[in-house]
Design a protein around this ligand. Sequence first.
Ligand SMILES: Nc1ncnc2c1ncn2[C@@H]1O[C@H](COP(=O)(O)OP(=O)(O)OP(=O)(O)O)[C@@H](O)[C@H]1O
Length: 437
Amino acid sequence: MLFEIVSSLAVGGLVGAVHVHQRGLVGNDTQAIVRIAANAGLTAKDGTNIRIHRRTTRRDYSEYAFQLPQGLSAQQFRDKLDRFQDGLNAKKRLLDVSLADIKRIDWRGDIGDQLRKLLRKSKNIRKEVEISFDGMLIFRVYNEALTEYLAFDEAMLAQCRGWEIPLGQARGGFVRHDTELGHMVVAGATRYGKSVFLKNVITSLIARKPEDVRLTLIDLKGGLTFARYQSAQQVATVAIDVAETLTTLIRLDAEMTAKQAKYLAQGYEDVREAGDTGRHFILVDEAAQLASKGVTDSEEKKMRIECERILARIAQVGAGLGYRLIFCTQYPTADTLPRQIKQNADTRVCFRLQTAIASQVVLDEDGAEALPKVRGRAIYLTPDGKQIVQTPFIENEYIERTIAPHKRKERAKHESDTCEKATPRKHTLIVEKTRLS
Ligand SMILES: Nc1ncnc2c1ncn2[C@@H]1O[C@H](COP(=O)(O)OP(=O)(O)OP(=O)(O)O)[C@@H](O)[C@H]1O
């Protein structure tokens, strides 16, 4: 009896709290944001704090637009993102129970148990914060965090059409990437998920388009990431150093030139008009290993300059001929991400980066430095807009299973003529020959 009375009082209190919450008197993060900013020293010299201009509530998030006091920058707020995120998730603020939750209570059942479950659910909520600037300082506070782990599976592949591949989970749902959009730049600080993402891409392409896809894998991080794909029929070449990369690129350059001449002679504008179903993906990981700037050894420098020239050419004319460059780096600067490649790559997948400057290089805006420290979390940018996604994690066993039916037979006996391990050569001569032709 006593317990029922206590329970009823507690429920009454909870309903009251929810009622107040719904009216926006508590659960509104405005004051908390202002307070956290002041505690973090984000006030103007004359003591002026940020001032709320508008608050908008959507199903998944609330957005707060503040006036920025003179002398402060949005970047100063982004630098303190962790403090805002932790402050808004402080436990005393997390009584986040909706009216729908209250309506679901079975008043004739075990009320105490149901209350405990509700409070546990409420405690597990972790709000995620994004800070941006559009003339106003914008805080977007999501009601729930995006998943921190997404397993790669068959169902994702089944949702893709044509040349689409699974990209990840955004707040608005599952995201597929259409590789027909052209080239892609992938960037991210070390250990945030670039190599895993590239494995997602390769495995998806082999699984979905085994007859039509060809892959050139340039793995300058020691050759281990792509090693397991070496025996797949779809893999034309795996190059693991600058010399091998140059050999491979010279061959691709010649192939591209021949294709261009063929389309020209036949009057075709591009690969689609030519009815060519094949696509050739060139994945470069890590692009900084090909940058020529700062290299003192003259032979090595020449090779790198030639690699840069051919990659820029693939970026400029390759898309229309069916070549898709996926250019990956952990150190995005003007030297490692050449202008011609960036300008011709409409898609960017950007994991967390160290600095706002690096984010600017990749995305032309800040933001990647403020992504949560979650592996696989990335900004996906296309001409259609920008989304934050959790990219899937692919297990090596899954990769093995997928490529098993596509393994080249008797690979041990001879190098196949479709897949070559690029043979290092004396490249000075090759470079000069190429220039003369
Ligand atoms: N999408 C993901 N979901 C969950 N965990 C991930 C994801 N991607 C990567 N990880 C975890 O992070 C680790 C590092 O990932 P990965 O090797 O892809 O990083 P990287 O960005 O290529 O690093 P580096 O530049 O140093 O080579 C993985 O071994 C895995 O444990």
